[in-house]
Design a binder for this molecule. Structure first.
Ligand code: GAL
Length: 952
């Protein structure tokens, strides 16, 4: 365009988009963090990219916004499945004996997600960030046809500034995500898809970056503390900003206990760090039993107005690993009674609702767990919030062991996101790496440890080693605490050789049990729950804990694992599909290991348990091995009121009795001194005659997120749960919610986890129900099984304010990209073709396009132009019942489709034009001749859409 015309062009542009005039004004509204879980479209399988051939296609291929296939702005996704996140497609599919045992024989593959996003004009000028908390496993993300992000781990979040690509108003935005779940990072089930939350965060151009507040308290001596409060700001706006940053700290009761402010200048497209260290003396200390959480609230003000703000919780606590005496929290010794856990649950795979995580952590708390190792990856942020709130100490573990820049980013992301959590007491940089005993391992860990320390110097770093401890140079020389996976025979040897090195088991046990089974049957892949069987490299639950608990220098242990998980069905393979390692099964139902650890770990209330159940029909007179577990001094066992024996409690080995089976009541009484302190019994039940549904909580929140496990049991005539019952149950769910899956804890079960049927396994199954979004009233469940009385349960669903969310956006099929001829004095040939290799004589544009004709004499002059585009209509717009809608054309117009005149606009004034779209498949050519009036600007100056209704 000639320079003399440039100002006119800008003026026209500004007049046509009044909102551009205000774009430079810094938006004043504060941060909005909106759930982006709703309104996605999903396609299982890959969508190949179209072949790029020919000059024009090759030239365009690499241009911004021109991604093809399902990554494109426009793509026919009309037949894709509609769903809400979180989503794990692997758990929806069938088991396949040819799939990978490590992934639980679940085919994973590739999938695509698309979502339309409407951004209102009023939001122009704000900063927009997409956040995906995790996508399994590799993902590539496009916004409006631009590749904007690639993520090479299924366990870390993606934060993407999408502001530059955005369109406003009806010109919708498209988010497209290709998820490659053929990639693996683990030897356990990893799921597939966008399985954690997604968010859209709207902020002022001048804002606090995501995870940009470093507020990890540190003690400056004598219970005087400092929170550094380093705030990272960014300015994506067009003006430098003089801002004030304020921090307020609130104690657990909500009282403000410290404040600070500082001024900062944030330059255009620049970061700025602001330090606001605050002092707090004698704070309430966070501990496992008293989870005192302080809130750090940071805000940014511009000209007296708050333009961004964010809060995080943190806590004050002293942690120390002592080489002789183990772990200390606030100077009190705490033996780590820990479990390792993966992140899948029955019925839902890895798409575990937050409320189901709460249930899982509650189950761990009831078991007496005080420490969790999220193995072998960082968990969802919400889960760490729960650990802070519920009182666990946490080993937070990095997934990929690699100090190269791309991978170091994953580790740094974890530390930056998580360092404010008081629960975290150890960073782990790896799990069991073959190079751990070598110089290579040492050099790699040295770099990764340094990267952690640069972001957080308040916690020790560990690495979970399963060997290499004794080589002259190994990983243990580059960490603060030695983490040993298994290797019990080497504990003392290592400690003797390294008496000043703190030591913890980072993983132990790996024992096998099938819940509710007490007779091993190798052919059926059933493993009795007496704690007799364990991996070659592991120990029984009792031996592992004895080894740890009897060594003061061992800070504690992390049982492999708290819950069963899919994949790794060691010691078996197909048809076993999930693990035998759990203290609990995939649903969180207790195995015998639960009671063993509970009596070992809970000290403040007397407990007694019996294994097995007492339903041994057909074994009358035979010896049944009975295990009694108690934390008291002495236990007595009685059968039908007759004393069978009395033993001093063995806190490590537990107590065993051989009992000749007689149906009836087997009773255990626990004593301290002469005082009876606890009692339990198991009874022989009758046949199952009825089903029972037991909710985990009294009500659900009607927010579309809240979920709860419902236990399904079978009862005898006296209302006792029958531990051996296995009816096949059909569920029906009505009202304000739905089922999101179910399980029964049988590692050999191949039942569908999503359908309406499930068989009880050893008397139990679990159904997980979730409320509908914006619902209230009740959710009704009916469970039926042949020959059994039907169970019915109504769960109240309470109306609650939803988590603020982005409403699903209806699809609007738009014709975005056009080429236009030079202006001419005479009507151009409407069917004129622009040469495929001619990139320069015709213009390129996106509607709206309003062009001023060049002055007479300049170029050709004149007020005619030809506009060309092509499109493939979506299936639902190809049947002859749709229309092409030009929202606005200034000038007269002829519209030609596939070489035929489709319709005309016969007046110059700006106006809309709507024409029927004749039926047709495949690529279609649309040419529009526009004639402006005299020297007035003309063009297709409104969006052009294909719409699903014709004119008659
Ligand atoms: C460990 C490993 C765990 C799990 C376990 C099973 O070697 O760290 O991820 O595989 O063995 O015993």
């Amino acid at each position: 365009m000639a320079p003399s015309r440039l100002w006119q062009y800008w003026l026209l542009l500004l007049l046509s988009f009044p909102s551009l005039v205000v774009a430079d004004v810094v938006a004043e509204s504060a941060r909005e963090r909106l759930s982006l879980n709703r309104g996605w479209l999903f396609h299982l399988g890959d969508v190949p990219f179209p072949e790029i051939k020919g000059h024009g296609a090759s030239y365009n291929n690499a241009k911004a916004g021109n991604a093809g296939g399902a990554a494109a702005l426009e793509y026919d996704d009309s037949h894709w499945r509609k769903l809400d996140l979180p989503h794990d497609w692997a758990v929806e599919g069938p088991f396949d004996p040819n799939a990978n045992v490590s992934q639980g024989y679940r085919p994973r593959g590739i999938g695509w997600y698309r979502r339309y996003l409407r951004v209102e004009d009023a939001d122009r000028g704000r900063h927009f960030e997409l956040q995906f908390d995790a996508i399994a496993t590799h993902s590539t993300l496009w916004v409006n046809g631009n590749p904007v992000h690639r993520n090479w781990s299924g366990y870390n979040a993606s934060y993407i500034d999408i502001t530059p690509y955005l369109r406003y108003g009806d010109a919708l935005n498209t988010i497209a995500i290709r998820v490659d779940a053929e990639q693996m990072e683990g030897w356990w089930y990893e799921g597939a898809g966008i399985y954690r939350h997604a968010w859209l965060v709207k902020r002022s151009p001048v804002h606090i970056v995501t995870d940009g507040v470093h507020a990890t308290p540190r003690e400056r001596g004598n219970n005087r503390w400092e929170i550094p409060v380093d705030v990272s700001l960014y300015n994506s706006g067009k003006q430098p900003a003089e801002v004030t940053v304020r921090v307020d700290v609130f104690d657990p009761q909500g009282k403000k206990v410290a404040s600070k402010k500082a001024a900062a200048q944030v330059d255009v497209l620049a970061h700025q760090q602001v330090d606001l260290p605050v002092r707090i003396n004698h704070p309430q200390l966070w501990s496992i039993d008293n989870t005192a959480l302080y809130r750090v609230h940071t805000r940014v003000e511009l000209e007296g107005k708050v333009i961004d703000e964010t809060s995080l919780h943190t806590g004050f606590r002293r942690i120390r690993f002592d080489a002789q005496r183990g772990f200390f929290l606030n100077d009190q010794h705490v033996k780590l009674q820990g479990v390792c856990i993966h992140q899948d649950h029955a019925g839902v795979g890895v798409a575990v609702p937050d409320s189901i995580w709460e249930y899982r952590l509650r189950r761990l708390k009831e078991l007496g767990v005080n420490a969790i190792r999220f193995a072998h990856n960082a968990p969802a942020a919400e889960v760490l919030d729960m650990a802070d709130r519920m009182g666990f100490v946490v080993m937070d573990e990095n997934r990929n062991f690699n100090p190269s820049p791309d991978y170091l980013k994953q580790l740094e992301w974890m530390v930056r996101r998580d360092r404010h959590h008081p629960s975290i007491m150890l960073w782990s940089v790896f799990n069991e790496e073959p190079v751990q005993g070598s110089e290579v391992g040492y050099e790699m860990v040295r770099r990764m440890t340094a990267a952690v320390k640069a972001l957080d110097d308040t916690r020790p770093v560990t690495a979970a080693m399963n060997g290499g401890f004794f080589t002259p140079l190994n990983v243990s020389h580059a960490v603060d605490v030695l983490g040993a996976n298994y290797q019990v025979p080497d504990y003392d040897r290592y400690h003797t050789a390294n008496p000043h090195m703190p030591f913890t088991s980072s993983e132990d046990t790996s024992a096998f049990m099938t819940r509710g089974e007490f007779v091993t049957d190798p052919d059926k892949h059933i493993i009795a729950s007496y704690d007799d069987d364990f991996a070659y490299w592991g120990n029984s639950h009792r031996d592992a804990w004895q080894a740890i608990d009897t060594r003061a220098y061992v800070a504690g242990g992390f049982v492999w694992t708290g819950f069963d998980y899919r994949g790794e069905p060691t010691p078996h393979e197909w048809p076993s599909v999930s693990s035998f390692f759990g203290i609990m099964d995939l649903n969180g139902f207790a195995k015998t290991a639960y009671y063993i650890h509970q009596v070992q770990w809970i000290k403040d209330r007397p407990l007694v348990h019996i294994a097995p159940h007492w339903n041994w029909a057909g074994k009358e007179g035979e010896k049944i091995r009975v295990m009694v577990m108690s934390n008291s001094e002495r236990v007595k066992l009685l059968l039908n009121g007759r004393v069978l024996g009395e033993q001093l409690v063995d806190p490590y080995r537990m107590n065993f009795f051989d009992v000749s089976y007689v149906p009836g009541t087997l009773e255990a009484i626990a004593y301290n001194g002469d005082q009876e302190v606890a009692h339990t019994q198991v009874e022989t039940t009758g046949e199952a005659i009825a089903l029972e549904l037991m909710p985990d909580r009294t009500a659900l929140k009607g927010d579309g997120r809240d979920a709860m496990p419902i236990t399904l049991r079978a009862l005898d005539a006296q209302g006792r749960a029958v531990p051996v019952a296995s009816p096949r149950v059909t569920f029906e769910i009505k009202g304000a919610g739905k089922s999101i899956g179910h399980g029964n804890g049988d590692p050999n079960s191949h039942e569908d986890e999503k359908g309406s049927r499930r068989t009880l396994f050893n008397g139990l199954a679990q159904l997980i129900v979730q409320s509908h979004a914006e619902s209230s009233g009740k959710l009704s469940i009916t469970a039926r099984a042949p020959g059994l009385k039907t169970a019915h349960l109504d769960i109240p669903v309470e109306a609650v304010a939803p988590v603020p969310f982005v409403a699903p956006t209806a699809v609007l099929s738009l014709l975005h990209y056009w080429r236009f001829s030079p202006a001419s004095l005479a009507r151009p040939d409407p069917l004129q073709v622009v040469a495929d290799n001619d990139m320069n004589t015709w213009g390129w544009g996106q509607v709206p396009m309003l062009e001023h004709p060049p002055a007479q004499g300049e170029n050709q002059g004149g007020s005619w132009r030809l506009y060309r585009t092509h499109f493939t209509a979506r299936q639902d717009l190809s049947d002859g019942k749709a229309s092409i809608h030009f929202r606005r054309i200034t000038g007269k117009a002829e519209v030609w489709l596939d070489g035929k005149l489709l319709g005309q606009k016969t007046h110059y004034a700006a106006g809309e034009l709507r024409l029927n779209l004749p039926a047709g498949q495949g690529l279609r050519q649309l040419n529009v001749v526009v004639q402006g009036e005299g020297n007035n600007p003309a063009g297709i100056d409104g969006l052009v859409s294909l719409e699903a209704h014709s004119l008659q």
